[in-house]
Design a protein around this ligand. Structure first.
Ligand code: GLN
Length: 410
């Protein structure tokens, strides 16, 4: 990896560089230490090229929630690159950087990778240390690699993984051999097609591209079986209860005093008023919406009805995945229900925006790993992404199958 330039989502700390998380409240914050992944990658010889724009504290699917303005999709500048790691995805698609880091709490690596026609991997929960990544929803967050090919993903991932005593969620499970996985035998892997991911209102071009890829796989001798994840329909609702609950708690640390502060031109106000004013000015609309929703969800009287119920649903979804991964090695689904949408198209309608994560949130809820890779273009010449999911700590299977599919094209 010596000399390879890396772009880093601005939610991950690099010592001496600004780390804003796309937020005004951290506009003046300079990181005092390297995130564990940065430390590891620097040791491997990677050169940090710079930071990439993202939705505020990784909350968004279009990159329009950044205080610093939206990122544009290099394939069509009137469209969004996806979010929240849209800056990293766009940097690769525009040939500004060969590899990048993103974070994925509900799809923020995989969805922008799909919109920008690149490859993105969300590792299993616990596989990569999150020390130095600003916490959004701690039971869901993962840092992951983004690149032009599955091969580059394998190289980057190999230098990122491993136990870290600074992250209590980091796993001691042995890391895989990701480079050997590239040449693994894809025909030994059973591929499951979960029917719930195909009943959704997905663009016809996407459906067609996925179906033709499935046919190619069958023709190449890969075993394809139909499977079911019955609780899929509840994943998005559970995510939008659990995630804001955790966001409201994690974002309490931004009080305008720590992390370089946000200068208010007032000295004579109470601490309480200071917090209110700083947080009113410092956070954007979507961040405030989630803090308020999360606070409400966790409040006495509503906790049982919302938070606890969502936790129960989470368990059911986990069981769905556990069951299906006893039958198949890899699941194959569309990455997104649409290709890149227009700037401004969904920004006034949070629900429509949230629906773009419908295929990606399940993996975060269950803690399993997922990869998206480009498989063609739609009628507007926009990239179409396909998603592969595998059980926790089975990243090798994603890399074997992903590399095989990439080579099917040729
Ligand atoms: N788009 C999703 C959201 O807005 C996912 C974000 C993420 O994965 N960081 O919450």
């Amino acid at each position: 990896m010596t000399g390879v330039p890396l772009a880093v989502k601005d939610i991950i700390t690099v010592k001496g560089l600004k780390a804003t998380g796309g937020s005004k409240i951290l506009e003046n914050y300079t990181a005092a230490y390297d995130a564990t992944v940065i430390e590891k990658l620097k040791k491997a010889g990677v050169v940090i090229l710079g930071k990439t724009n993202c939705d505020e504290f990784a909350m968004g699917s279009s990159n329009e929630n950044s205080y610093f303005g939206p990122v544009l999709n290099p394939h069509d500048n009137t469209r969004v690159p996806g979010g929240s790691s849209g800056g990293s995805a766009a940097a690769i698609a525009a040939d500004l950087a060969p590899i990048a880091l993103g974070t994925d709490t509900g799809g923020s690596i995989r969805q922008p990778a799909a919109f920008c026609g690149i490859v993105g991997l969300k590792p299993s929960y616990g596989r990569v240390s999150r020390f130095g990544s600003m916490a959004m929803a701690s039971s869901l967050d993962q840092i992951g690699p983004m690149a032009n090919s599955v091969k580059d993903i394998a190289y980057l991932l190999s230098e990122m993984v491993g136990f870290d005593k600074h992250d209590s969620s980091s796993s001691k499970a042995k890391s895989g051999d990701y480079l050997s996985a590239l040449t693994g035998d894809a025909k030994k892997l059973r591929v499951g097609i979960p029917k719930e991911y195909f009943s959704h209102d997905t663009d016809a071009d996407i459906k067609e591209a996925i179906e033709s890829k499935v046919k190619n796989l069958k023709d190449a001798g890969v075993e394809i079986v139909d499977v079911s994840l019955p609780y899929t329909d509840y994943a998005l609702a559970a995510y939008y209860l659990l995630m804001p609950a955790e966001v409201s708690s994690n974002l309490a640390r931004y009080d305008g005093l720590r992390y370089g502060g946000l200068c208010l031109d007032k000295n004579d106000i109470s601490l309480d008023k200071w917090y209110k004013e700083v947080r009113s000015i410092g956070f954007g609309a979507e961040t405030k919406r989630r803090i308020m929703l999360g606070t409400y969800i966790l409040s006495a009287g509503y906790y049982d009805a919302y938070y606890k119920q969502a936790q129960r649903v989470r368990t059911l979804i986990k069981h769905d995945f556990a069951k299906v991964f006893s039958q198949v090695d890899v699941l194959l689904t569309p990455a997104t229900p649409t290709t890149a949408f227009k700037l401004g198209e969904k920004s006034q309608d949070p629900l429509q925006m949230y629906l773009s994560d419908v295929f990606t949130v399940g993996a975060n809820i269950a803690g399993v790993c997922g990869l998206t890779l480009p498989i063609g273009k739609d009628k507007n010449d926009l990239p179409i992404g396909m998603q592969l999911l595998a059980d926790s700590f089975s990243e090798e299977k994603l890399l074997t199958m992903g590399n095989f599919i990439e080579n099917l094209k040729k």
